[in-house]
Design a protein around this ligand. Sequence first.
Ligand SMILES: C[S@@+](CC[C@H](N)C(=O)[O-])C[C@H]1O[C@@H](n2cnc3c(N)ncnc32)[C@H](O)[C@@H]1O
Length: 294
Amino acid sequence: MPDNDTHHQKSGKASFDDIYDMEDPRAYFTELGAFDYKAPEHGSRLFSCLIEAKGKARDADDPFNIVDVCCSYGINAALLKYDITLDDLYDRYRSEEAARVSSNELAVSDKAFYAARKKDDHPRVVGVDFAENAVAYGARAGLLDAGFAENLEDEPASDALERAIRRTDLLTVTGGIGYISEKTFDHLLGSMEGAPWVASLALRWVSYDDIAETLSKHGLATEKLDTHTFIQRRFADTEEHEYVIGELEKMGVDTEGKESEGSYHANFYLSRPVEDAARTPIEELLAPVLETSR
Ligand SMILES: C[S@@+](CC[C@H](N)C(=O)[O-])C[C@H]1O[C@@H](n2cnc3c(N)ncnc32)[C@H](O)[C@@H]1O
């Protein structure tokens, strides 16, 4: 781990920028694993519920199309498409065996590893992230069905990305809200036909208001799951912990029993067409996974 001086952004939140765009995901899992990063684990369980609910109305031959934004090396795709857990990925990428091979050899071995664990009826996942190497790895290892290294904070989707995401059922984000704003959502939704659902885990100190407002302009009503929060990772150190507690207190958020215990907590947001939201309340939709979460 870099020391605190290099590891902290001015905001007080630890920065992991150096591991977001490597040739392969080993450093990502090693560094974030040290703080028990688990957003993709919660994400995949929540998103699977949505796939099940939204997928019911579909033709069996029609793939369920996901766009995962801030997809990094394709971690959400790995958990949604293959029969593996986040712990399996931590074990794999932090193993002595993995440490001995080149990035290229790891990608070749990954391709076989994932191909042998494909779930029946798995979704099709298009990944978007501005980290070129990470997206390229995700596509090469067979995690992403297509990957686009684009920064939609700065400009609209390329023609190729627009074509790839036109028919999207579900847009997902874990660990990315705050890095991306309403601008990215506006560009993505502007390229999609029909009414995708949008599902995000966002740290509690990051406001989702501007994103929800933008999504409403695209016909989607946003609900926050009020009954549960989801542990994202342990604070990197006391400095980060104190800073975040201070920010949450300024926002009037009670941190007792949550961030006070030493980890970031995330809220879950779901945006759907109003008629979908009226038909099935968010708690009912997610009931199968909520019993085992907190
Ligand atoms: C904490 S990681 C989350 C990765 C993955 N979703 C997960 O949960 O493991 C944040 C990701 O956001 C990406 N990111 C940051 N700013 C971005 C931007 N403007 N556009 C697209 N991706 C961005 C980073 O490259 C990084 O892959």
